[in-house]
Write a protein that binds this ligand. Structure first.
Ligand code: SAH
Length: 217
């Protein structure tokens, strides 16, 4: 078991306050951030940074998303308990933990074998048990579709058509789309088979690789 003492809980409460001031309103998102022990996702050397509102390296050249970004994307999804959610880019597992904490049924897919293996081992040790998949998430997970919500946590060049197809009727997808340096956050909603798109601020994610991403692996 990892230690979660009053000091860490205090730092976490401060982070929640900061996110509130930055405009995050959804109380359930804030409550989840107040509960998931973010420091458990950090190496000892970086522990003091766990509750700063910043992204950090997690090895294999990848990052754990900034708390504000996690909160922003999660808020836009309007998560309801028992929602079936697909996450592209498991990474550290922090975002998946937030979704599980909110009661969602989470399917998360990662393209880097080492990260997939590491997080699949680690996250359940904190009590968070999404379904883990290894592979190219730009194609979604056809065998598990449709999904009520889809969250893409890597920057895409375009909206992958496979993900639109795998979104349930009434579903919401949140995805950063742009070039390799910066991406605009898009919220895609499917109603009566039709797609509507809302645009939000710019963010900077690592690139979405794979067939319907930037290619490569
Ligand atoms: N959600 C993560 C942060 C992800 S960083 C967290 O909470 O920590 C983006 C992740 O997307 C990286 O781990 C990267 O390897 C992964 N990725 C990039 N392209 C992918 C693809 N096509 N399918 C699945 N994962 C991908």
């Amino acid at each position: 078991m990892i230690e979660d003492n009053y000091r860490q809980r205090g730092l976490r409460n401060n982070l929640v306050k900061k996110l509130r001031l930055k405009g995050i309103l959804d109380e359930e998102v804030l409550a989840a951030i107040g509960k998931v022990p973010r420091h458990a996702f950090f190496d000892d050397a970086l522990l003091s940074h766990a509750y700063e509102d910043k992204a950090f390296p997690i090895g294999e050249g990848q990052t754990i998303s900034q708390p504000y970004t996690v909160a922003f994307q999660t808020e836009k999804l309007r998560i309801r308990p028992s929602d079936k959610v697909l996450e592209i880019g498991t990474g550290s597992g922090y975002q998946a933990a937030i979704l599980v904490e909110m009661g969602a049924k989470v399917y998360t897919i990662e393209f880097q074998k080492k990260l997939y293996e590491r997080t699949k081992e680690f996250l359940p040790s904190l009590g968070y048990k999404p379904y883990f998949f290894f592979g190219d998430g730009s194609k979604g997970i056809l065998s598990k579709a449709p999904f009520d919500k889809i969250i893409v946590t890597a920057g895409a060049p375009v909206i992958p058509t496979a993900l639109i197809e795998q979104l349930a009727e009434g579903g919401i997808m949140i995805i950063p789309v742009g070039d390799r340096e910066k991406q605009m956050m898009l919220k895609i909603t499917k109603r009566n088979g039709k797609i509507t798109q809302e645009e939000f601020d710019n963010f900077a994610f690592v690139p979405l690789l794979g067939e319907q991403g930037w290619g490569g692996k």
